[in-house]
Write a protein that binds this ligand. Structure first.
Ligand code: NOJ
Ligand code: MG
Length: 588
């Protein structure tokens, strides 16, 4: 395979041979401990902290439970922050903890300026932010602007008010089709299954208008053409910026603006707006109008001291289209789901890495990398599945089960490859333990609305959201002080527990620690990738003084010359790199 040297992406390391700037935990601590209102205000797109950060996603329900009610909470997170500094990440992103009926695990927000009692109090959030920053960890919170909860005061007001009222105009209400208005206004489907419209009963008791919800019925979509909606979210941003957060992960960032005519869309609903196939852009995703919103937000963030960032959750393909979200006056980063979705083959990985770097280079933004999050099958299981029939939305009893050993082996290789790439990387809690998906969860235990809304055809996302194991022999594996756990933990969780892996050579946890330490020492995140020529089943590149090689094929290959500093699995008896192993080698 001819792998040309990557054409762009050289400007970030203009003087080859210059040793990378050392950035130790101590300097980070000092920086974050200083008064945040007097930090450097220059958000330089080439050197800002986020350009090379490793950001750890905390899913609060499932990280650590302080009060034993079986649901993780903010004090639980604060008590476990030392784990994150020991692991060596730069920042945390917290999934929603706001007041919510929990129709979609908190992505249905009833009040954007408070904390749900399930997770603690606003004072607990303040403490978590302060304690994180005192340890040199930046904090990103989740912002959910596409929809509110149906329990939000605005939605209650909309239901109480008449059709055509200003209260209704903050959402997407329409009359139904047909003589009695009994048919939904268009054919859109919810991402979770079933229609994207629900009919309401008017205040006088008559069947009334319909409202749009691209997700659950408990998540009515907001109308982003309404100035009150725009003003409200600017104020919500200010609320959290004033509390000291370092940024926002923006939920469904590609969904806020809908095509004005709400035209029918005959295709099956997906959250992904792909342009890889030859069909028009869906009328609900990636409309050009969203960019104006983010420009306004960016101006607000830039008016704050410190380097505050916006991260787009935008399921948009191809990479060039996604890059529009990270133009210089918009967001700072966008999740690279094309990387997450890419197959585990050398050509596919080469293509996605190259395209990702080129697309973000073209707009001067850092590239990001991600393999797991709370919406997809964990990569330790995904990479052990035969995905030729498509990517499953969850795995359950009766489904083809992953090959756990193969999945973990590939996951470790994939992670070591990812952490060697220039740019910023996202980790999902538990992946540092090599945690698999819970693929045999009893269906009665499932909580993701996807399972019921899809008519029990899509298992959904519960399997990646199971509370994580800290101590092998403790109740709930140390998740909390009791056995309670909002989703059942599988019996073999003990072998993945942190206390079994910490200090154990070759454990997944120690692999992550080593990789994160070397990544920092070598400045891999701000380096420059140069491909090496290889055969069709191997990828190899140089970055910041390391050579990285992944063997995707069955035939063992010799490692590059130099000192082996990290390997995702043992070399074979002849010191060659076997199938599904990544190595990092330092030129000696
Ligand atoms: C994306 C979130 O990651 C997911 O968990 C949620 O269900 C949808 N957005 C709707 O908010
Ligand atoms: Mg709790």
């Amino acid at each position: 395979m001819n792998r040309p040297r990557h054409p762009g992406h050289t400007e970030r390391n203009p003087t080859p041979g210059t040793p990378p700037r050392q950035r130790t935990l101590d300097t980070r601590e000092k920086a974050l401990n200083s008064n945040p209102t007097h930090q450097d205000t220059s958000a330089d797109p080439t050197t800002g902290w986020w350009t090379e950060a490793v950001i750890y996603q905390i899913y609060p329900r499932s990280f650590a439970d302080s009060d034993g009610d079986g649901v993780g909470d903010l004090p639980g997170i604060t008590a476990r922050l030392d784990h994150l500094t020991e692991l060596g990440v730069d920042a945390v992103w917290l999934s929603p903890f706001y007041p919510s009926p929990q129709a979609d695990a908190g992505y249905d927000v009833a009040d954007y300026r408070d904390v749900d009692p399930l997770f603690g109090t606003l004072a607990d959030a303040d403490k978590l932010i302060t304690e994180s920053r005192a340890r040199g960890l930046r904090v990103i919170v989740d912002l959910v602007p596409n929809h509110t909860s149906s329990a939000h005061r605005w939605f209650a007001a909309a239901l109480a008010a008449a059709p055509g009222s200003p209260e209704r105009d903050r959402y997407v209400f329409r009359d139904g089709k047909g003589p009695d208005g009994a048919q939904p206004p268009n054919d859109w489907q919810s991402v979770f299954g079933g229609p994207a419209w629900t009919r309401i009963t008017e205040a006088d008791g008559r069947p009334g208008q319909w409202y749009l919800h691209l997700f659950d019925t408990g998540q009515p979509d907001l109308n982003w053409d309404n100035p009150q909606v725009r003003a409200e979210f600017l104020d919500v941003l200010r609320f959290w910026l004033d509390r000291g957060v370092d940024g926002f992960r923006v939920d469904v960032a590609h969904g806020l603006i809908k095509q004005a005519d709400l035209a029918d869309w005959e295709e099956p609903q997906e959250i992904l707006s792909g342009q890889t196939v030859d069909k028009p852009r869906p009328p609900m995703w990636d409309q050009d109008g969203v960019h104006e919103v983010y420009r306004e937000w960016r101006a607000l963030l830039d008016s704050y001291p410190g380097e505050r960032v916006l991260v787009a959750e935008a399921w948009v393909e191809p990479a060039e289209r996604l890059a529009r979200y990270v133009r210089p006056d918009e967001m700072h980063q966008a999740f690279n789901f094309e990387f997450l979705l890419a197959s585990w083959t050398a050509p596919a990985q080469y293509a996605v890495i190259t395209r990702s770097l080129e697309a973000t280079d073209a707009v001067g933004a850092p590239t990001t990398w991600v393999l797991s999050n709370h919406d997809v099958v964990r990569h330790a299981s995904r990479l052990g599945l035969d995905t030729s029939a498509g990517r499953p939305n969850g795995v359950g009893i009766g489904d083809p089960q992953p090959d756990a050993a193969l999945g973990l082996r590939r996951a470790r290789a994939a992670t070591l490859l990812m952490l060697a790439l220039p740019g910023s990387a996202y980790l999902f809690q538990g992946e540092e333990l090599g945690l698999p998906e819970h693929t045999t969860m009893p269906d009665e235990a499932r909580q993701d609305p996807t399972w019921l809304r899809s008519g029990q055809t899509q298992r959904g996302r519960d399997g990646c959201r199971v509370p994580i194991p800290w101590e092998a022999d403790a109740p709930s594996y140390g998740f909390g002080p009791t056995d309670a756990s909002w989703l059942p933990q599988p019996p073999m969780w003990a072998e993945y527990a942190l206390d079994r892996q910490r200090g154990t050579p070759g454990s997944t946890y120690e692999l992550y620690r080593t990789a994160l330490r070397l990544r920092r020492e070598h400045g891999l995140g701000r380096g420059t990738l140069r491909w090496r020529e290889t055969g069709d089943e191997v990828l190899a590149f140089d970055n910041a003084g390391l050579t990285v090689l992944t063997n995707f094929g069955p035939t063992p290959v010799p490692p590059p010359a130099g000192e082996l500093v990290a390997t995702s699995g043992p070399l074979d008896a002849d010191s060659r790199v076997p199938a599904d192993v990544t190595v990092w080698v330092r030129a000696s």
